[in-house]
Design a protein around this ligand. Sequence first.
Ligand code: ZN
Length: 686
Amino acid sequence: MCSCKGFLAAILLSFATVTAQEMPKNQPPVWSAKPDIPVFERTENDRLAAAQQSLDRLLAVRAARTVDNTLVPYDDVIRQLNSAADFANIVENLHPDKSFRDSATLMTTKISSARSSVSLNPAVYRALASMDVQNADLATRHYVQREVLAFRLNGVDKDDATRTTLKKLRDQLAQDQSTFQRNIIDDERVVEAAPDELDGLPQDYIDRHKPGADGRIRITTSDPDASPVISSAKSDSLRRRLWDASYNRGYPSNREVLRRMLRTRYEMATLLGYASWADYRAADKMIKNGPNIGRFLDELHAASRPIAQRELALELAEKRKLDPGAKEIFSYEFFRLSELVRRAQFDFDSQSIRPYLPYPEVKQGVMNTAATLFHVSFKQEMNVPAWHPSVETWDVIDHGKAIGRFYLDMYPRPGKIGGGAMSVLLDGVRGKQLPEGVLECNLPEPTATDPGLMDYNDVVAFFHEFGHLMHHILGGQQQWAGIGATSVETDFIETPSQMLEEWMLSPQVLASFARHYKTHEPIPADLVLRMRRALSFGAANLVEFQTALAATSYDLHKENPENIDPDATMINDMRRFMLLTPIPSDAHRYASFRHLGSEDYSAAFYTYLWDKVIAEDFFQQFDQHNLLAGDAPMRYRRTVLEPGGSVPANDLVKNFLGRPQNTVAFQRWLEREFEPVPEHESSSGQ
Ligand SMILES: [Zn+2]
């Protein structure tokens, strides 16, 4: 219990040392002027005009290129275009009025063509590339190097004929990528089931799936429909039929589309001077080149295999209760058996945690935890208008000074985008512009009769997104708009938020805010520890599965694709990296693997696992008995978050860890389900 006292004292202290101050008058909240559509369009057009002016200024220079005459106007172009795009994005995603959203959609198209006229402009490239940055500071040099590389990756340095060819290839690729995605979305399949095949599913699921006039129940391959059957139905036959239907989506049509995409990508990459598309896509990331992706996946495999074997032994024992001769676990059985093992061995029911998670307390807890961890405070700006009356406006205060602002738009409503995300609203520029961001969530809104109980996963997601917000604001205090936190390498961007998810698995952190909505009892440590172990069960096999997908994403793009057979690549990678036995429909699952249809992820599906490895390595630097204490939080803020995108992410990692990342902590995370249960903790909740 003493660590809890320390924890509470830390919270009190962090609030006591902070005196709130108003945001500068020159940066009112985004909606203060209560814009209508014409005002919104005028604001946006003014930003586009300002960007054009700075671009003209940059291009008019005849003297030698310097930071002052080139990077200053260039960064202003970036800042203006980003401000315009970010504002339009918020309106498009969140404004309750459809005509307002439509106007933002049109604006987005206009802004993206203004962006291309900069990012594909050879004169801008030549200006940046010929700049003398010898005497500039490290951040400025990194910024220029990164921008010059981005222009080269777009082929802006090539001759006219090559650029014309590249444009043709890029258009072809864009079209195929969109067809690939369309083919997946349009190919929702339906499986028919007899009513007794729904045995084992929750009653509300059964109620939502009544038989038709023919007595048959129709189940689609959409996630809310299919997932519960895959993990809970007793009928093995239904599960397998639904698995087959799910992984045949997009097949066979996407086989040919994929092969065409692979050829186009290879041609683009070689025109740009790279040996493969995997090399090309890795060039601006932490991982640097394609072969490093292959090596990383082998390392992961070595780390996860022993734990995957232990998990599989438990699953096989469970399977043998029904099928004594069973020798292997098929892919489609995994989620069902995992659920049975969780129930039998880990004594955890996910419903038991919801009563401790009413939204108002969770919100306060998430904000208090972030405030303590990052040594900041938050002050709400009251009576400030926003695009919807439910949106709250908050200032982030550091040492008595406002350093940024965020908006909480937390509840669903018609026309609002689904899911949860942090969207940037303004980049930060030191002394010029404070960073702003928006948290977009769709959480149950509490009412007089409903406390707004949250699912545990939503609490984790809330803190995850809040982590992006803190990264954006703390990292948004740079000299240049273009090197804020969101400009960090794409295979690092999820790391800080992935790490923060661990805070929501700490009994001590959860007990500080998670109280039973009726009894006000803090959540028992025992319940949290049982949840930690239960959630961890199956993680190693899931990592193996993700590794197989990452391997396919890499293998399809690592060389000349002329002779590639996607079915064989997919099934071979599953056999190589997974203990689970694939079934024939698994060979087709690339056809609905939407990341393959995205230019960013195409060869780079490894990024999720890469970020997780770094996140767990970071996490082990914190005091495991009190995640908010000691010097790690402030050291983390200074070395990882505050630099934003001003240094290469590999340096951020080395600066915090004192070495490059490795898989030791990741392996510890994987085997958490086998952690011994401390005696006093296992008995306290009984
Ligand atoms: Zn994220």
